[in-house]
Design a protein. Structure first.
Length: 190
């Protein structure tokens, strides 16, 4: 006869084992997705993915900057205020939310301290997708700065992996030379 303590222990151990197994499967799936996005994909859709090496434009950071932290990638991205403002001014005619976001950002200029771009998403959730587009556009131009631990000291480049679909570009993933994800916009590149 099995005691109730042994039965409870067995049940708790089985639940813990199942939770660990699920966590491992999810971690492997996430790693595989990032690897497929940043690495050189193989398979039927590999021909759709385009890789481009992007030279960083003067990656040294001085003075307050806007920053973006993505908890999924653990990257901390910095952007010069003038680059963000310039990019948003270029989107005024194309994006209906660009004037409102630009007005909110100009209130904080000149920056007195580095400022999280998520601040503007808290002001209006609709700004989130526009902020992501601006970040991706600036990264495509190499107008991004990183903490030293993100990039090899000798490397002044990042890699953009993009995938086009019938209606245009479906996704852009920005990666280190070691295939670590820095930022992503759109669906996974598989």
């Amino acid at each position: 006869m099995i005691s109730s303590k042994l039965a409870r222990f067995t049940k708790d151990a089985a639940a813990a084992f199942a939770a660990i197994a699920i966590a491992i499967v999810l971690a492997l799936a996430l790693t595989a997705t990032a690897s497929a996005a940043c690495g050189k994909p193989a398979g039927p859709s590999a021909g759709q993915a385009q890789r481009a090496v992007i030279a960083l434009q003067n990656p040294d950071r001085t003075g307050p900057a806007y920053y973006w932290h993505d908890s999924a990638t653990y990257a901390l991205l910095y952007f010069r205020p003038e680059d963000l403002v310039s990019r948003l001014e270029g989107l005024l005619a194309k994006e209906s939310l660009a004037p409102a976001l630009l007005d909110n950002m100009k209130v904080d200029l000149p920056l007195k301290e580095s400022t999280d771009l998520f601040r503007y998403t808290l002001i209006d959730q609709r700004f989130d997708s526009l902020v992501n587009v601006v970040i991706a556009d600036l990264m495509k131009e190499g107008r991004v700065m990183f903490d030293q631990w993100m990039l090899d000291e000798r490397s002044r480049t990042i890699v953009m992996v993009s995938r086009a679909e019938a209606g245009g570009e479906a996704s852009r993933w920005f990666c280190t030379s070691k295939d670590d994800v820095l930022f992503k916009i759109g669906a996974a590149v598989d």
